[in-house]
Ligand binder design. Sequence first.
Ligand code: HEM
Length: 267
Amino acid sequence: MIYNNPFLKLSELVPPIAMQGFLITMIVLVILGTLVDIIHKKNVKYFFENAKKAKKSATKELRAGEKASVIAKTIVYDIGTTSELGAGKRRVAHLLGMYGTILFWIASAVMIFFYSSSSSSTAPSAWPVIWHVGAIMTVLGGSWFWFFLRVDVYSEAQPWYRIIKADLFVLALIATSLFGLIWSYLQSLNLNDRWDDKVFLVLYVISNLVLFGGVYWSKFAHMFYKPGAAIQKNLAEADGSRDNLPPEADAPEKFGLGIKREAPKHY
Ligand code: HEM
């Protein structure tokens, strides 16, 4: 199964051009959803106004090279390792899901555009493997988060099966990978005229429509906002403006004993 390129077999049913059109439609949906979100929340407008205001209190003018170095470090460390989540399970689960999704999406695009037609050359086995491994990582990372780490489950003792609108993103993400995996598995069994794999193909398509069509209502766009905010924060540290926050106190940290009573998790 892991070497199965599901899009090649799918081309017997759906022409590659239609698969490519579907993928492009998903990208357009993400762009539209994010733009509408930006217009509705006015978050980017606030972000730039705030950055402009903070710049006035900068103590240092950054040269282009310094800026590039801050941005590169932010991409590699803050964004690439989701440092915002600190050390621990939450970060490991996020990294599993994030890199899994990136691998799954890249392999999907490569196989759909270059290896989905019977006339194209066979996909190097690395691509189907990356697709399946990416999907498995996403299901593991996403499920770990869903069942054990969500704030309302972890800290507020809500049952894992309580679903609210904010769960749209993580659930749609898990669904696309899980249905994709089951579809590929059933397809690799060569069930011929049986309907099993087609049912999961339909579920795979629907979950993709929900994931990419639901950007406006879900947390999808955090994958664009978070990196932007991390870059701005680190540039503001480097130029001394600190987003107009007071400098850190030059004194030992004193929080009293209370903070040692239990691990902080009531947020
Ligand atoms: C392909 C890229 C990414 C994927 C698939 C992804 C996936 C997820 C998922 C499923 C969640 C849980 C959402 C929820 O609360 O229901 C989440 C939360 C989060 N993500 Fe991402 N993410 C991505 C990129 C990023 C990036 C680039 C950053 C930061 C630089 C980031 C930072 C966060 C943070 C801080 C949370 C909140 C975690 C928590 O509440 O425990 N994510 N992400």
